[in-house]
Design a protein around this ligand. Structure first.
Ligand code: ADP
Ligand code: ASP
Ligand code: MG
Length: 405
């Protein structure tokens, strides 16, 4: 008998028929003698719908109240799902984040899980019940409801697997596993049977939304193997595990992209110590993550600073930067929110030279202009115009020999 955590994403629970389908799978796992903890997302589209409602009231919705609103999406699915299990003759109990409790810090919309006491879930499992937990949400020590950030149900699942000392964590979604690139934009993408945490972490942080980044961080830190697979078929998916030697033979394992990027340039900044801190501290104080940064020195004692943020944070970042620019005496601030990021990922890059050059050549051959570049040991990323994104993804996928025959 094993303890298995299974997470089902929004498309897997998009309507009551799909909820019944998931319930059948969970019941089958339980009937094999396993303990099962199920984590569910909201029905597909529901979280977006709730965000739109909030924006009809407030252009920039109050972050605390937005979390109260968004957490309702998962409340719908966990209750319906528990009813479906009961209808099949087994027992289930649903819990919202605060009932477990899933304790988080107080950063609304991006909360981090601090701890999950396992006792309550354990007691229910010992009574023979299937335990159903709302993904994506938690509670602060002072009792406010939080959400973990988009795609956060993956993180709930892995954190629960850690807290419960589970034997396996399965992430069920609408694709068969992790692919060499998003199969929805590149028909020649191939399923990867086994991928290491490090590559998966880069892929997630570079936009492959099949797993949320913090879920991979948790899994890597605690050595929890993840099985990413389809809720609509029985085929084996992708195992996310520790790296082994065979993985380094492949130069580029995957192409990823992030559509929703934005770029901000502060021009003619007086070049003196403390200037980067003056620009970036207020941005990070507002919990906005800055990704790439480029500084160009001009003639005289002036410099230009260009950086990227997620498109969601663009307006807010612009307001902050315009204020700072005045304070530090910079000449102007300009921005562009029609850019995207395309990246190649692979642990094999550690042993292969010239990978970045090959990437630039492939993009050049397809007439794609590169605005910014960043590299690390196992990835190369380029900022390009959004309109070239799909072309760039397909060209790199083919150029690095990843296309399926
Ligand atoms: P869920 O609602 O189940 O959490 P998501 O939409 O968050 O599902 O994640 C699954 C989606 O991730 C797929 O439908 C696919 O479009 C996208 N995706 C992006 N990159 C990849 C990749 N490399 N492999 C598989 N899926 C990917
Ligand atoms: N429902 C949330 C979202 O759409 C969390 C998730 O699905 O993982 O982002
Ligand atoms: Mg997801």
């Amino acid at each position: 008998m094993a303890l298995i955590v299974q997470k089902y994403g929004g498309t897997s629970v998009a309507d009551t028929e799909k909820i019944k389908n998931v319930a059948r799978r969970v019941v089958a796992t339980k009937e094999k003698g396993n303990d099962v903890v199920v984590v569910l997302s909201a029905m597909a589209g529901q979280t977006n719908h709730l965000i739109e409602l909030a924006k009809e009231i407030q252009a920039a919705p109050d972050s605390r109240e937005l979390d109260v609103l968004l957490s309702t999406g998962e409340q719908v699915t966990i209750s319906l799902f528990s009813m479906a299990v009961k209808e099949m003759g087994l027992d289930a109990v649903s819990f919202l984040g605060f009932q477990v409790p899933i304790e988080t810090d107080p950063i609304h919309g991006k909360a981090r899980i601090i701890q999950i006491p396992p006792e309550k879930i354990r007691r229910e499992l010992d009574k023979g019940k299937i335990v159903v937990v709302a993904g994506f949400q938690g509670i602060t020590p002072s009792g406010s409801i939080t959400t973990l950030g988009r795609g956060g149900s993956d993180t709930t699942a892995v954190a629960l697997a850690v807290a419960m000392d589970a034997d396996l964590c399965e992430i069920y979604t609408d694709v068969d596993g992790v692919y060499t690139t998003d199969p929805n934009i590149c028909p020649k993408a191939r399923k990867i049977d086994k991928i290491c945490y490090e590559e998966m972490l880069e892929m997630a942080s570079l936009g492959a939304k099949v797993l949320e980044i913090r879920s991979v961080e948790f899994a890597m830190r605690y050595g929890i193997p993840l099985h990413v697979r389809s809720s609509f078929s029985d085929s084996l998916g992708t195992m996310v595990v520790e790296e082994d030697e065979s993985m380094e033979n492949v130069m580029v394992s995957a192409v990823t992209y992030s559509r929703d990027e934005a770029r901000i340039t502060v021009s003619k900044v007086p070049d003196r110590p403390g200037i980067a801190a003056a620009i970036f501290s207020p941005i990070s104080d507002a919990n906005i993550v800055v990704d790439m940064i480029i500084q160009n020195t001009r003639a005289g004692d002036l410099t230009d600073m260009t950086f990227t943020v997620s498109r969601n944070d663009y307006q807010k970042a612009m307001e902050i930067v315009k204020r700072t620019a005045q304070e530090i005496g910079a000449a102007s601030v300009a921005g562009d929110d029609t850019i995207s990021k395309v990246s190649i990922v692979g642990v094999g890059m550690r042993n292969h030279a010239g990978v970045a050059g090959t990437m630039f050549n492939i993009l050049a051959r397809h007439g794609v202009n590169i605005h910014m570049i960043s590299t690390s040991e196992i990835k190369v990323s380029c900022i390009i115009d959004e309109k070239f994104l799909e072309l760039a993804v397909r060209a790199l996928h083919e150029g690095f020999g990843l296309d399926a025959e």
